[in-house]
Design a protein around this ligand. Structure first.
Ligand SMILES: CC[C@H](C(=O)O)C(=O)SCCNC(=O)CCNC(=O)[C@H](O)C(C)(C)COP(=O)(O)OP(=O)(O)OC[C@H]1O[C@@H](n2cnc3c(N)ncnc32)[C@H](O)[C@@H]1OP(=O)(O)O
Length: 296
């Protein structure tokens, strides 16, 4: 029993330090200083709703007058939502979504123009890389629901989730090169991991409008919403089917996949062991054994 307790505490230590480490090495004070700085750029909100029944949370980009562009305040809201989801121990999934013809128009140009110097740009980069990596590293399975167009930073936000769902009219455009910059919210690093070096380079240099067909060709989309389907209901049902296991199992599988991407093999295997042991003989495993499941 002592061994199991040691494994569980090992897992807790690794995953807790992992949250901020794997995002980027930044102290809690540095994060709070950045959060306070960006709260000074108002506009819109990022609203979080947790469905305790389905165990799926919803992060809603709420700035319709500005085509859901992200103001500094919304960056701080997104940080706060991710922190609250890190504490949501019964959750299984999270959907990032918005409303209207544009999923997210990227950085709010009012904020962007007020911070258009290398020092403040670096602050935005550090803060948004940190937030989007912690969103991706949540022990929840995440989906970006792209209903409409995702541009610039909005395109980068789509890469901060495990999966992407697109409506028939959706498009993802990395327009940063046209803005005279490169990706700044972690989207370049994640795009290479998702679609590979060549397709990432092509998307970033051409600023192409990646529609659902092209996204499917390069592996950038995981679920295309049917014409006659309500997008949010459709992606919620898709995610609930994928996560139709006990939350302890879903969260463990997500943690194993996350650490395998960042940690050296031996450390990753140790985390996998620390996730496995408490499940073996646990409530979900015992229930499955009693049902004598047949995998037809
Ligand atoms: C790392 C940050 C990253 C970078 O630096 O590269 C960025 O993300 S910078 C921003 C990149 N995004 C853009 O350049 C998109 C600019 N907007 C557009 O191309 C269009 O607005 C579009 C295609 C998103 C929507 O076009 P539509 O015709 O549907 O609407 P309008 O253009 O009339 O816009 C309505 C209303 O929204 C305001 N708006 C749109 N995008 C932004 C934005 N990114 N920031 C602030 N405000 C935005 C637009 O000004 C209109 O407001 P109004 O007061 O009615 O003029």
């Amino acid at each position: 029993m002592l061994q199991i307790r040691k494994l569980v505490s090992y897992k807790y230590c690794v995953m807790t330090s992992f949250r901020t480490y794997a995002a980027n090495p930044i102290s809690e004070k540095q994060i709070d200083d950045l959060r306070q700085f960006f709260l000074g750029f108002p506009g819109g909100s990022v609203d979080l709703k947790k469905d305790e029944k389905s165990k799926i949370a919803y992060i809603f980009l709420n700035n319709p007058e500005r085509r859901n562009a992200l103001s500094g305040k919304m960056m701080a809201d997104l940080h706060d939502s991710v922190c609250e989801l890190e504490r949501w121990t019964s959750g299984k999934g999270v959907i990032l979504h918005s409303s209207g013809p544009i999923f997210c128009s990227g950085g709010d140009l009012t904020t962007v123009k007020q911070i258009s110097n290398p020092q403040d740009g670096d602050k935005m980069c550090e803060f948004m890389q940190h937030i989007t990596q912690r969103l991706l590293n949540l022990p929840l399975v995440s989906v970006a629901l792209i209903s409409g167009r995702a541009l610039g930073g909005g395109a980068e936000l789509t890469t901060s989730c495990d999966f992407r769902a697109m409506t028939q009219n959706a498009e993802i455009s990395f327009v940063q090169a046209k803005m005279g910059v490169a990706t700044g919210w972690g989207g370049g690093t994640r795009l290479v991991k998702i679609v590979g070096r060549r397709n990432a380079l092509k998307a970033l240099l051409s600023c192409e409008k990646i529609d659902a067909k092209r996204a499917a060709e390069i592996g950038l989309v995981d679920y295309v919403i049917e014409e006659n389907e309500d997008p949010l209901n459709g992606v919620s049902s898709w995610l609930e089917r994928l996560l139709s296991h006990d939350e302890t199992v879903v969260r463990s599988i997500k943690n194993v996949v996350t650490v395998a991407e960042y940690l050296p093999p031996l450390e990753s295997l140790q985390v996998e062991r620390s996730e496995f042991a408490p499940l073996w003989g646990g409530k979900a495993n015992k229930a499955a054994l009693q049902q004598n499941i047949k995998h037809k």
